[in-house]
Write a protein that binds this ligand. Structure first.
Ligand code: SF4
Length: 291
């Protein structure tokens, strides 16, 4: 397998075979995101991707049961190309159960419903979607390139094709100023989509991004551990999407909030409340001297 640049994958894909289908991100404008800065976006050829899959077959045999295809927004590839890749992967790996990719709402929405259904039939099982926020003002400020309405449209489109939706919520990305609107409006979007997973990440400014510069000059106020947890509490309180699993499967988070909506909601809220008894100095600290 050949890899270019740093390859990122969700923690939940730790056991998946990683085959790069795209290099970089076609959007690459989110003000908080350092992942592909300086990387010129390109699609890899289907031929190269299939060669890498064949190499993996030689190496791992029938062992592979899950494949994740980085980099950012692989869903942007033409449906015919994705179908060819997915079908080839299934022809190589008889035990393959999962094929997953990253995909933002704006690229999902460029596909027709029939294309999404074809992708499902060819083996696409899950999309990892970085919604970050469901608040239009926050989405515009971070230049996500999408709106709450488009997030809902994309999520529903995938759910209707029976493709798992894994949404990523970025705690604190609205700053202190919009923490409430960020939580409440994100819950509204998630309730409309009814995703399978809601994965929490807590915003930490990354060197080389516009939001880092705003933070450094005092234009963006970070949430403290308790305010970040109050934001998560507000989000969970407002979630009504049945069978959505909430997870804190990332090192950036202050507290492990985990459960299924609605049956675990009260337990999750009670567990969050325990965190407020702990002094903020005892949570993970951002080392300002290293920023
Ligand atoms: S957050 Fe996702 S869509 Fe935005 S620039 Fe980073 S990889 Fe691209």
């Amino acid at each position: 397998m050949r890899y270019e640049g740093t390859v990122y994958r969700p923690p939940s894909e730790a056991n998946s075979l990683l085959i790069q289908a795209t290099i970089g991100c076609p959007h690459n404008k989110c003000t908080f995101c350092p992942l592909y800065k300086g990387t010129q976006f390109k699609l890899r050829s289907v031929e190269d991707i299939k060669e890498d899959l064949a190499t993996a077959k030689n190496y791992y045999g029938d062992f592979i049961d899950s494949i994740f295809l980085p980099d950012g927004n692989t869903i942007i590839m033409k449906t015919d190309q994705l179908v060819e890749i997915f079908e080839y992967a299934h022809s190589l790996f008889p035990n393959l159960k999962r094929i997953t990719v990253y995909g933002s709402a704006r690229y999902v929405n460029k596909k027709k419903d029939a294309d999404i259904k074809r992708l499902k039939q060819a083996g696409l099982t899950r999309l990892h979607m970085g919604m970050e926020s469901g608040d239009d003002i926050v989405l515009e400020r971070i230049q996500k390139g999408t709106t709450a309405k488009e997030l809902i449209e994309a999520g529903i489109k995938l759910r209707q094709a029976d493709i798992d939706v894994s949404e990523y919520y970025l705690v604190g990305i609205g700053g202190l100023e919009r923490t409430k609107e960020h939580a409440i409006n994100s819950a509204k979007v998630l309730n409309a989509i009814k995703p399978d997973f809601i994965r929490l990440r807590t915003f930490v400014p990354a060197l080389g991004t516009p939001l880092y510069d705003d933070y450094k000059v005092g234009k963006f106020e970070l949430l403290s551990p308790h305010t970040a947890l109050r934001e998560i509490r507000l989000l969970v309180e407002n979630l009504t999407c049945e069978n959505a699993t909430v997870l804190s499967d990332h090192v950036s988070n202050y507290w492990n909030v985990k459960g299924i909506i609605p049956q675990d909601k009260e337990a999750m809220l009670n567990h969050i409340d325990k965190a407020f008894d702990i002094d903020e100095s005892r949570f993970r600290q951002i080392d300002a001297s290293r920023l």
